[in-house]
Design a protein around this ligand. Structure first.
Ligand SMILES: C[S@@+](CC[C@H](N)C(=O)[O-])C[C@H]1O[C@@H](n2cnc3c(N)ncnc32)[C@H](O)[C@@H]1O
Length: 189
């Protein structure tokens, strides 16, 4: 399965953020929702071979991992408001395609994936040019948010099989990076 991990250091970890202020009181939940959309949606379909883990590290109860599975999602639209509203009600367990793990940290998630034998790609402008990388299809792609991935978390990933890869010297939005990765993998398949 193609997996994405987004480290969202400001994303709020309670359900009482307003849908009309995703960037502010939501702690950049707009960014999170765009990443979910770009990871899983196609035109008139979902990527059933993909999932995205959001590591929410904002107040009041960090950390929390919210995972969206393309194969299991029901009743979610690809717009930011719909995705954010499902994040708000994720803890109620009403959608089989959304799983919440309270108090699970980035490092715990990475350790769990590593124990399953997964290979990690850390997305970073200063990594190896993706043009020169023979990308594995069933890998885990790790991205930072608007503030980037903390150094401590990046160095934790280096304990496991990994490669740091770059999409070029232009700094893209995390959501744009996800689209580019999906596009490249789709084309190379
Ligand atoms: C908006 S960028 C963060 C920029 C932030 N100033 C930094 O220093 O990381 C969000 C994330 O997208 C990914 N990213 C952005 N541009 C990239 C590029 N050219 N190559 C690889 N990854 C990139 C990285 O994972 C980054 O943490």
């Amino acid at each position: 399965m193609r997996e994405f991990v987004l480290y969202a250091r400001k994303a709020v970890t309670s359900s009482d953020f307003p849908l009309n202020d995703l960037p502010g009181k939501g702690g950049r939940m707009d960014l999170v929702a765009r990443c979910v959309c770009n990871a899983l949606w196609l035109s008139h379909d979902l990527r059933r071979d993909a999932c995205i883990h959001i590591v929410a590290c904002g107040s009041p109860n960090p950390p929390k991992v919210i995972t969206f599975y393309g194969s299991l999602l029901r009743g979610v639209s690809p717009d930011e408001r719909s995705i954010a509203s499902w994040i708000k009600k994720a803890s109620k367990g009403k959608n089989p395609g959304i799983r919440v793990r309270h108090r699970q940290s980035f490092q715990e998630l990475i350790s769990e994936l590593a124990a399953d034998g997964r290979f990690f790609y850390v997305l970073h402008e200063k990594g190896k040019d993706i043009e020169d990388v023979n990308l594995k299809e069933d890998a885990v792609f790790i991205l930072g948010d608007h503030l980037g991935l903390p150094v401590k978390e990046e160095s934790f990933v280096t304990r496991f099989p990994h490669e740091k890869i770059s999409l070029g010297t232009t700094a893209y939005l995390a959501s744009q990076c996800i689209t580019i990765i999906n596009y490249i993998l789709d084309r190379r398949k």
